[in-house]
Ligand binder design. Sequence first.
Ligand SMILES: [Zn+2]
Length: 480
Amino acid sequence: MIENYDIVIGLEIHAELSTKTKIYCGCRNEFGLEVNTVCCPICLGMPGALPSLNKTVVDYAIKMGYALNCSINSVSKQDRKNYYYPDLPKAYQITQDEVPLCYDGYVDISVGGIQKRIGVTRIHIEEDAGKLIHDESFSGTLVDFNRCGVPLIEIVSEPDMRSSKEAKSYLETIKIILSYMGISDCKMQEGSLRCDVNVSVMKKGSTEYGTRCEMKNISTFSGAVKGIEYEARRQVDILESGGTIIQQTRRWDDDKGQNFLLREKKNADDYRYFREPDIGKIVITEKKLLDIKDSIPELPNKKVLRYIKDFKLSEKDATLIVESLDRSFLFESVLNIGDVNPKLISNWILGDILGYLNEKSILLDQTKITPRKLFDLINAIESNIISSSSGKIILIDIFETDKTVDEIILERSLKQNSDIDDLKNVVVNILKVNEKSVIDYNNGKTNALGFVIGQCMKETKGKGNPAVLKELVLKLIKKD
Ligand SMILES: [Zn+2]
């Protein structure tokens, strides 16, 4: 039945910004510190404490606004959103209501090679709340206020996505752009990136949106995908059995793979928004806007196109390198050192290097690899100093030690032998003791060649240059 419906999806992404201090006070903005050690009268909302806005938060939000093709409100304000919850000691959150910093943007996503443009309604700044701690080892709930006042941007999309795949691609695209901008660490496991999902369904061909339901605080991409599919099915089942959809806020439970009713919304929740009286207007000068615009680095989608055009990488390889800032930094840094074939760097990064990282479940910056080491490694193979199989051995040492490639080659005696006279002696001897293979080869059994070369490699303890050996064997094996 679900095939007869279109799914309509809008996303609200909350990204914690990686500023040094919180949004309205001087407390450190750092994850994982001992509970309730980075809070002060301001972020706890003590009576009389006055907030002052961290300007970097505004700069970062505008930067993201430009990256998502938004217009910028050079004059905006902040508002109080009033609600009570134990993780919010002030009983209000400072956010932006009617006038966000950024509005009317878009971002292009790609699903199965097909591009689609997703509208970005707005980006605004706000503060995060604390965190409730539930643990089976004690009864009741504890609260950690360290996260109070951590700066957030909320990126609100238009309801332009039509499948969970598009939603996933949108989330991934936003995440990559955030990391390229250097404004959020995007660590989903630490809650730096979370999203609320709005889902409705409508009969195919209809132009009228159905009633939407919202799912709160999804913290993984796979959770978003599963949540959307679950919610769409739930709504279609209701409609198909003659019911109507009631506007609700629901909670996604990733472990159970189901969502549950939190509350029903008659209209919008009444948060009694009003202008934050303790903070002045946010006014951004033309010069400031230009400076921020100038600071935007090359965006991932442009980088992919450049890699395809300038370095002749396939779209798949270019995308895989660009989707990680670490990978593209390594790729470009190796290129900047000297003359080396970009395709070879890409093959190493996406092959053995990525394989090692995945196997160990670590990131590039947790290894000791440097652009210089990778450059030297590729060079050593290309100039026949080592074989490519020795290259794989060296790579492990590169990851795990501070040694240079030259030091590793020396220490492990991996230097390849390309000396023609030396290797000629080896080939002559091997052919002498393998007469049968020589006869076989000359009788048309060409696979005898591989055996002979293999024996030569064995004789040289793997250090003979296979290309030189092959050439010599071909020359000497023929009987007139
Ligand atoms: Zn504070």
